[in-house]
Design a protein around this ligand. Structure first.
Ligand SMILES: [Zn+2]
Length: 382
């Protein structure tokens, strides 16, 4: 993980980098702050930088052997502890029992929440926690010398979920740390951590993300209008997980808009209703280029699915991916997309896409596309 992938926190990142550059590395840290601010990713980015063999000014190199292992979270000197659940296979669970789910969870985003973790674990109301047996595991791992790096790093996510006996054993280890070992605790609720631990760790308070860094980060990541970005920033309240959720919803909204355009276009084309076709293509061409492209891409997908429905009605439920309402429309529509017009129609939509990408005059591009569709859709299968 890289510092650059985490929004904002410029000063905190600089301070953390300086502790490594100036060799002021604490042997036990606690990063605290609210959900969705990137603090777990910061802990991993810090550990990766510490271990990187070719450190840059502001970030790890991403190319050395250590970085490559870090990017898959398989470096032998990087250890994680996190809340887990009891399952049929693991009656005394430890973190490593869930390592693969954990790696996927961490790597899919720079922002993490306990609720999302429980979802990935597929809990059925079991209590998730860091149990007593975990401390034995921590001691065992930290007894070894570092394999490949100067330091071993143990990141403990949500130490507030640790049971009391595990907490006490952790305290002992922080008091008398094994050599070349760094603990990074990542917490959302320090009040639930025993004070003796808190008094022995260096605290880094990581606040919620500020407006400017959120706007910048959303702009870099997603293709949205300024208004939409402002709306998302407002609603998310400094929690980047909410941003990701809202953007996904926006994508769903775009798809339902595309659905309306697509079905309107096909109905008007079939009825050769020229006035409606003009009205519709005017509406589409008034939108931004990204939306126009997404409409064409959506149409190509719908055409493909309808063609498959047409030629393979028996197995369609396995190979066709449609929402319920798309399915309702396609049940009747698929008969018009067949082997004698699919190639031509796809060609026309693909060409329109190319024109839009190359800044073609969209009003003409879409009207032309609509009229060609009206002709092609009337082609009868031989
Ligand atoms: Zn590196």
């Amino acid at each position: 993980m890289f510092f650059k992938d985490i929004a904002g926190h410029t000063r905190i990142k600089d301070n953390l980098l300086n502790t490594i550059k100036q060799k002021r590395i604490s042997h036990a840290w606690i990063f605290t702050g609210p959900e969705g601010n990137g603090k777990l990713a910061l802990a991993v980015a810090y550990a990766q930088y510490l271990s990187c063999e070719n450190k840059g000014e502001k970030d790890s190199c991403g190319e050395c052997i250590s970085c490559r292992k870090y990017q898959k979270l398989i470096h032998p000197d990087l250890h994680f502890v996190y809340p887990v659940i009891k399952t049929k296979n693991f009656s005394k669970p430890i973190s490593d029992n869930f390592a693969e789910i954990w790696r996927n969870f961490i790597l899919k985003s720079s922002y993490h929440s306990f609720d999302n973790w429980l979802e990935d674990l597929e809990t059925e109301n079991q209590q998730a926690g860091i149990f007593a047996q975990e401390s034995g595991e921590i001691i065992r791992k930290l007894n070894f010398k570092p394999y490949e790096s100067e330091y071993k790093v143990m990141i403990i996510w949500l130490p507030e979920k640790m049971n009391i006996s595990a907490s006490n054993k952790l305290l002992k280890m922080i008091e008398e740390p094994p050599p070349k070992t760094i603990f990074i605790l990542v917490s959302e609720d320090t009040e639930k951590i025993i004070t003796t631990i808190l008094s022995r760790v260096q605290m880094v308070k990581i606040p919620k993300l500020n407006k400017e860094s959120m706007i910048e980060s959303i702009k870099n990541k997603y293709d949205l209008s300024d208004d939409k970005i402002m709306e998302i920033v407002r609603i998310s309240g400094g929690n980047f997980l909410k941003v990701e959720e809202l953007v996904n919803n926006t994508e769903q909204n775009i798809n339902s808009e595309n659905y309306i355009w697509f079905t309107d276009l096909m109905r008007a084309a079939y009825g050769v209703k020229i006035t409606e076709l003009i009205k519709l293509t005017n509406e589409i061409s008034q939108c931004g280029r990204e939306l126009q492209k997404s409409f064409i891409e959506y149409s190509l997908q719908m055409l493909r699915e309808n063609f498959i429905l047409n030629i393979n009605p028996e197995n369609s439920n396995k190979i066709v991916f449609l929402t319920n309402k798309e399915n309702d429309f396609s049940e009747k529509f698929n008969q018009f997309i067949h082997k004698d017009n699919i190639i031509e129609i796809v060609k026309e939509f693909t060409e329109a896409h190319n024109h839009i990408v190359r800044n073609g005059y969209s009003k003409l591009v879409f009207l032309d596309l609509a009229l060609k569709t009206a002709r092609l859709i009337k082609v009868k299968p031989q």
